[in-house]
Write a protein that binds this ligand. Sequence first.
Ligand code: NAI
Length: 366
Amino acid sequence: MTLAIERPVGVFGRKDLPDDWAHEQVTYFQDPETGLRAIVAIHDTTLGPALGGTRFYPYEDESVALTDVLRLSQGMTYKSAVAGLPLGGGKAVILGDPATMKTQALLEAYGRFVQTLGGRYITAGDVGTNSDDLDVIGRVTEHVVGRNVAAGGSGDSAPMTALGVFQAMRAGARAVWGVPSLAGRTVGVEGVGKVGYQLIDLLIADGASVVAGDVNSSALERVVHDFRGVRTTGSIIDLDVDIYAPCAMGAILTGGAVVDIRAKLICGAANNQLAHPAVERQLADRGITWVPDYVANGGGIIQVAGERESAAMDQVRARVEKIFDTTVEVLDTAKREGMLAGAAADTVAEARISSSRARRTSPCTR
Ligand code: NAI
């Protein structure tokens, strides 16, 4: 991603991050009593308050944590913009090992800090934080989404994330085979955790055949038990399937892996699938269509965004289903402009941000 938003670049002037994207605000918090050290990065609030999860992770050092939060928060700006949400991009990191450091006192201290930002940043869950933690954070700040249903949240976002991936896949099928349906296609689903499991349900209902892979044998046993006809295998990425759906880890699309991919379409939930941006060109050169991850996996953010306005679940579902239209727009733009889908997605997101900024800054003519 390259940010075309016109602002001076490099608020920190970091040589190790030459593409530093002029974040609006970066705030460090610490609370010696609980051991909390956190950074909140607000990348862009043109479209609305910055929403993004809190990652609780044992970073090597503070500089690595800062780099991560800057990158992740920029990604959230694009994810929300392309999903058509009235939200900006932000993200937070808590430095440390959640297994040993996570206490209710620390989470509450963190929540109090989030509250001091006055709603410019709204937190959600991410690696190392879950709905139970968000319930605790939510005791001291209203600027939190993704809590459990009992605490006023919308609960697990995996079903809506899977629905969004399914819609994006249908749009991908339209681009590749001319028909927005997965009937008769073979889909290799890599990772059958919360999202992959739900995706298989949707694929089978649409008439697709599924081959599933997971490093966790009990996750595989569950899908074999619950869905008739699902085959399982060790490696999915190099299988002779129509569609490869990465729903496990990021950075799986490496230059080396691309040569073994036989699928014509790649569309999945995993974040940051490209190990390097250049991999997308390699995929295109092999005639493989890739649906940018942040377009396909926006169902979760659409759900938690709905929480803020107490949207009904069928309203949220309708918004998630629009991921089909967005993916069509992205893939059509790519084809029309002769660009890669990743660049086309960035273009769609940036156009939404720019037009909102133009509306905001245009003088009143009445
Ligand atoms: P999960 O942790 O429930 O499931 C991931 C599954 O992948 C697990 O069953 C795990 O055993 C398996 N796995 C791990 N490494 C693997 C490997 N090398 N090969 C095959 N399988 C492997 O996670 P969840 O929630 O299903 O998320 C899946 C992906 O989607 C993640 O990358 C996540 O960041 C992304 N995502 C999830 C959202 C959500 O709402 N849950 C929203 C947006 C993105």
